[in-house]
Structures are given as C-alpha cells and as structure tokens.
Design a protein around this ligand. Structure first.
Ligand SMILES: Cc1cc2nc3c(=O)[nH]c(=O)nc-3n(C[C@H](O)[C@H](O)[C@H](O)COP(=O)(O)OP(=O)(O)OC[C@H]3O[C@@H](n4cnc5c(N)ncnc54)[C@H](O)[C@@H]3O)c2cc1C
Length: 416
C-alpha cells in the first residue's frame, strides 16, 4: 500500500516539507507528506479576501535576489513586485519629522550592527543589553523586535540575530507567497488531516503514528514547528531529549496580521507604514495600501499579539481601530472594516509565528537540525543558521534534509 509504506515520510507540509518532498521525488524516491491540516503550506497561507490574494503568513521574499522562491515564482509566471519595503523608506508618521524618522532607522541599524559585531568567542547576551542606555527610541525598538522576532529584546539572543543573513532586498509576489509555495507542492503525495502523534524509531523501519493510521518508512524528515517539538516529549519513541531541549531554546514568537479594507484610500501613499504610537512597546505597525490596494495591513508582534490572541479577531480590530483613531481622528473608524485575520499563537499546528533563539541558545539551531541514526532528518525554518524565521530558510533546510535522506538510502537502493 503506497500510502502506509514509503521510503521517506515527510512530517509537515509547509515550505520545508514541500521543498524536501520535491527533491526526493526528483531523486526517484517515494515520499509521503504527513500533514495535520486539511491544506498544504503551513505558515505560508494566501487567502482571497476583498478580491485580493492576501498573505496571512509569509509575505516578503527576504534576501530576494538569492531567495529560491523568487525564481520558483517567476517560473510559475507570477508577478514579482520590487517596490522597496516601507521599513526601508522615510515614514509618513504623523508627528514625526523626516529627521526623527531617520534617527529611528539609524537606531535600529546601530542595534543590528552591535549584534553583528558580537564575536563568536564572546558570551551571548539578550539583545536588550545592546540598546543605548536611555535611548530615545528604545520602546519603539522593542516594538520592532516584536515584529522581527515575535518577542521582546530581553528574550532574544544577540548572537542569533548577528548570524542572520539579511541581504536587504525584499520583494513580494503579487499573487501571494503562500499560493506560490502551495503550487510548488502540486502533484506531491499528501496525507491530510493526519496529525503525527508518535515517531517510533525503535524498530528496523520507522513507524509514524497518525490520527488516520500508521505509516512505515525507511527514513523521515521532520519539519514540525519547533514549538510543537518542544511541547511534545512523547513525539519520539524512544525519546530524544536533546531534540526536545534544542526545540525549547527556539520558541516561536507571536506575530499576527489583520487586513482592513480602507475607504478613500487614495489619500495615503501606497506602501507606507506608520506605528500606532511612538513611545510604547504595545503598538502595531500599519502598512497603508500594500501593493497599492485599498486596505491596511496591520502587524502585531510580541506580548501585544500574545495578549490580543485571547480575544480573537475582535480584540485585534478594536486595538487597531483605537490606534488609527488616535492618529487620524474619530471619523477614521468609518473608513475601515476587517477583511482577513489569523491568530498564529492559537493555531494548534503552529503555536506561534516564527522562531527566535533565547539568549545563550543560538547553537540550538544546529542541534535541532542534526540527523539521528542517519534516518531521522530535521528541517524547517528553526533549523536554519542564517535564514531562520523565513520561508526560504525553511525551503533550504528541506532540500538539505532531502539530500541527507537520499545519501542515507543510496546503499540500500544500490542493492536493489
Ligand atoms: C504573520 C507571519 C508573517 C510572516 N512573514 C514572513 C515573511 O514576510 N517572509 C518570510 O520569509 N517568512 C515569513 N514568515 C515565516 C514563514 O511563514 C515561515 O518561516 C515558514 O513558512 C515556515 O515553514 P516550515 O515548513 O518551517 O514550517 P510550517 O509552515 O509551519 O510547516 C510545518 C507543517 O507541519 C504541520 N504540522 C504541525 N503539527 C503536525 C503534526 N503533529 N503532524 C503533522 N503535521 C503537523 C503544520 O500544519 C505545517 O503545515 C511569517 C510567518 C507569519 C506567521
């Protein structure tokens, strides 16, 4: 039976799992993607709302010139939008002069430079330690850490941020990043609605137990979000405490998007961003007219996103409406309405948005990626040393894990 007996079981059908399974198929191996949801893509998810494709998960092709999804999207005939992102340009922030806007960007740049300068022989430390003491923009830098890492600077490893490889080129796919990733998985073999509850590596073959029956495989590529591996000590049998520990050092931060329709949108420049407040960590970022569309993309991060998740979409909308009224006056409320939202922290198959490393735990990425018994391989954004938290990082780790599985199975295949 093809579906219960395969050469490689790929656990999780997001960017990493799809990248891995495509590579395995090219190499002539049978691969089944075991996916808990009833849709592919995981944290890559484009939905149709207000007649537009909206990305509730990944939206930016970070490091776009070397990002493999750029050429995949082009090969799919999609439109790459090369407008520079709002965060790299002067802000249209009410109450902020051009000089202050420049100061803010310089303060953010300086923080990242200090993280980059941390040498590998120095002890790691929380990013908050690298803030300028009493710096004018510190609260806002912490809010931005919420958008970047999904957590406050105090919780994030400076070493890990220093290792992040950002080429500074950020593009978008007009038809959706999620849609591109999902299309790349077309024709692959998926078992949907199949929550993997146990990966038994005690026997001659691997046995993956799912809500829809067991699957036997010679090798497996585990691409589950780190938060899911950390929360489930019984996932592997026998247990793999080193994996559980490594995953726990790489929690998923909180980040959520809310899209609002915007009446009379022409009054705003396309692709401009403002913060709800300039002096508070608990503030959202508002991107006006993304890709020129009549809407606002509201971005919530860190503790603010975590707190609002308890109240669902209504809580996010109330918060955004309050901040936008604060910026543009009471009449503004009549111009906006909710279009699309997803709370990733509440999502049982994600448990957060993307991984950050706790202070002292940057090396957990390599520990999580380390193969076990040359037949259990690991991929997913949290396994990437320099492209973690991204869809291209996920893809690259998926392909790398597939290469490891191909090499591991080669002797048995050669024997026929
Ligand atoms: C709000 C938000 C904004 C983002 N913005 C960007 C961006 O602009 N650019 C960028 O590059 N990245 C961005 N990201 C991050 C990017 O989406 C992720 O890094 C990437 O999609 C992760 O891919 P993955 O394959 O590692 O994990 P996932 O996509 O999470 O795939 C793992 C899969 O495992 C499945 N699963 C979970 N538990 C089980 C189980 N027990 N059994 C079987 N299957 C299971 C899940 O359903 C999922 O499909 C964003 C994410 C969010 C949430």
């Amino acid at each position: 039976m093809a579906r219960s007996d395969v050469q490689v079981a790929v656990i999780g059908g997001g960017a990493a799992g799809i990248g891995a399974a495509r590579r395995l198929r090219e190499a002539g191996l049978t691969a089944l993607i075991v996916e808990a949801r009833s849709r592919p893509g995981g944290r890559a998810w484009t939905v149709e709302a207000g007649s537009f494709p909206l990305d509730l998960g990944c939206g930016w092709l970070h490091s776009a010139e070397r990002n493999p999804w750029t050429s995949i999207a082009e090969a799919q005939g999609r439109t790459i939008d090369r407008t520079p992102p709002p965060w790299s340009r002067a802000s249209a922030q009410p109450g902020l002069s051009a000089a202050e806007s420049g100061e803010l960007r310089a303060a953010l740049w300086a923080l990242h430079e200090r993280a980059d300068a941390l040498s590998e022989s120095e002890p790691d430390r929380p990013l908050a330690d690298l803030l300028e003491r009493g710096g004018k923009w510190n609260a806002l830098l912490d809010a931005v850490s919420g958008y970047y890492s999904g957590a406050a600077l105090e919780r994030v490893s400076a070493r890990d941020l220093g290792r992040y490889g950002d080429d500074g080129v950020n593009w978008r796919i007009a038809q959706g990043y999620g849609a591109t990733i999902v299309a790349h998985g077309a024709g692959l073999d998926f078992a949907f609605d199949s929550v993997a509850t146990r990966i038994d590596h005690g026997g001659r073959r691997l046995r993956i137990e799912t809500a829809r029956g067991a699957i036997e495989a010679d090798a497996a590529i585990v691409t589950l979000p780190s938060a899911i591996i950390a929360a489930n000590e019984a996932l592997f049998a026998p247990a793999l405490p080193a994996k559980t520990r490594a995953a726990a050092g790489l929690p998923l931060g909180h980040d959520d998007k809310l899209f609002l329709s915007l009446a009379d949108a022409e009054g705003f420049e396309p692709d401009t961003r403002v913060f709800g407040k300039l002096n508070s960590v608990a503030t959202a970022g508002y991107q006006f007219r993304p890709l020129g569309r009549p809407m606002i993309e509201c971005y919530f991060g860190g503790a603010l996103a975590a707190d609002l998740e308890a109240g669902g979409e209504a809580a996010f909308f109330d918060f955004a409406r309050g901040e936008l009224i604060g910026l543009y006056g009471g009449d503004f409320a009549r111009r906006i309405a909710p279009l699309a939202f997803h709370g990733w922290g509440d999502d049982p198959f994600a448990r957060g948005a993307y991984s950050y490393a706790l202070p002292g735990r940057a090396d957990d990425r390599a520990a999580l990626a380390e193969p076990v018994e040359n037949r259990l391989f690991f991929a997913g954004e949290a396994c990437s040393r320099a492209d973690y938290s991204t869809a291209h990082g996920a893809y690259l780790t998926g392909v790398a894990a597939a290469e490891q599985a191909i090499a591991a199975l080669a002797p048995a295949r050669a024997m026929g």
